[in-house]
Design a protein around this ligand. Structure first.
Ligand SMILES: Cc1cc2nc3c(=O)[nH]c(=O)nc-3n(C[C@H](O)[C@H](O)[C@H](O)COP(=O)(O)OP(=O)(O)OC[C@H]3O[C@@H](n4cnc5c(N)ncnc54)[C@H](O)[C@@H]3O)c2cc1C
Length: 359
């Protein structure tokens, strides 16, 4: 989309390969942004106020100048493909990529077990394949189930999204719910865990039912849609340069300690386009400063080894810092000064021990 919009790639050919057309509303993206973003037209809802809830600390926070935004997967896909179809320098092919390699004549792709010679091309890969584990590999899963529910009586405040509600039980590990209200009677309610294993499907349903009745106080509702997702949270080393250029989750754009990815992908996509247009080598594309990987891996270590409960850590984070500072930190855009303040707001000893392990 950025290559189309900017107009500088019309003399190139772009081939987009995906295993299937994007016809389902298979994900809901949330992120925060100060200004209007590149995909503003498909932002479905945005909120100036978000709440954080836990047994230790609860607050409704005005996050200005940020706004918490939400995009529905299907709106995003329809919007992008409508635009893509207008440009014949982009071709879309559906099929499963079995593998691909370079030969003297160019790039060879094996799609649905058939070989295609594509000639001289730059390859951008967003197919994530976990690297082999070693003793130090940490893999947690962020897994969640969401229901779009409609109630008969007004039950939600559409002016305020619940970003994290940690009041739910923490028996399995770090667990929270969140609520994205679209109107007084319609909201997306999600139940999320950061753990090593998935739950049986019926347990997500049970926990959602329980959250809706015990915490939202809603007894009568209908489930209009549902969503299920898994996001990897790992200290695996990712690099942009590899077998082709690795982008998206496959290229390490998922923040290991939070699972947020969308905004990082947007930032990186813009950088890629800028570099290509300026004729700069993609080998020099800016990478995430190492200290952020270090913070993420430290937190991941603590959660993985249950050294501190996640609800306590996030409660301290939001209790002792301004929400804007926390959001900047989660965006990897904080200053060292901000970071020292944030780090000092967390329990020193477990973090120090986990940090030493990372070093
Ligand atoms: C349900 C869900 C909700 C999420 N919500 C948020 C959120 O609120 N905020 C946030 O920041 N992040 C969120 N994420 C994380 C992240 O933003 C998304 O996963 C995002 O879509 C990642 O983009 P990507 O391009 O890396 O991968 P994908 O969007 O998964 O794209 C990879 C593409 O590769 C295709 N593919 C895979 N294997 C092959 C193959 N062998 N051959 C051909 N094609 C193949 C797939 O069909 C897919 O289209 C969510 C993820 C999920 C799953």
């Amino acid at each position: 989309m950025r290559m189309i919009r900017n107009g500088g790639f019309k003399d190139k050919k772009i081939l987009l390969i995906d295993k299937e057309p994007k016809t389902k509303n298979d994900r809901t993206w949330c992120f925060w942004e100060k200004e209007n973003g590149f995909f503003e037209e498909v932002v479905y809802r945005k909120w100036d106020t978000v709440s954080f809830l836990s047994n230790e600390f609860s607050s409704a926070m005005n996050i200005a100048p940020y706004r918490y935004k939400m995009i529905r997967g299907i709106d995003f896909y329809n919007y992008c493909f409508e635009e893509i179809r207008k440009h014949d320098f982009i071709e879309v092919v559906y099929g499963t990529i079995n593998n691909w390699h370079y030969e003297k004549e160019g790039v060879v792709f094996v799609i649905d077990n058939k070989e295609y010679l594509l000639g001289d091309a730059q390859v951008f890969n967003s197919v994530y394949q976990p690297a082999e584990s070693n003793k130090k590999t940490i893999r947690l899963l962020q897994h969640f189930k969401g229901w779009l529910i409609e109630t008969k009586k007004p039950s939600f405040n559409p002016g305020e999204a619940t970003m994290m509600d940690f009041r739910v039980h923490q028996h399995q590990g770090t667990t929270f719910a969140y609520v994205l209200p679209f109107s007084t009677t319609l909201a997306m309610v999600e139940y999320t865990l950061f753990t090593k294993e998935l739950l049986p499907q019926e347990q997500y349903d049970k926990e959602l039912q329980n959250y809706i009745s015990a915490f939202l106080g809603i007894e009568e509702y209908t489930v209009k849609e549902e969503e299920f997702g898994i996001i990897p949270m790992t200290n695996e080393k990712f690099s942009f340069a590899g077998h082709g250029w690795q982008i998206g989750t496959a290229g390490g754009q998922t923040k290991a300690s939070s699972g947020f990815t969308f905004h990082f992908i947007q930032k990186q996509s813009q950088q890629i386009v800028d570099y290509l247009l300026a004729g700069k080598s993609l080998n020099n594309l800016p990478v995430t400063p190492k200290r952020f990987r270090f913070y993420d891996n430290t937190l991941l270590h603590i959660l993985y080894h249950n050294q501190l409960p996640g609800d306590k850590i996030f409660s301290q984070l939001f209790k002792k810092n301004k929400p804007q500072q926390v959001l900047r930190f989660l965006d990897n855009e904080s200053s060292l000064r901000d970071e020292l303040k944030i780090i000092s707001s967390l329990p020193t000893w477990p973090f120090l021990k986990a940090a030493l392990k990372q070093l």
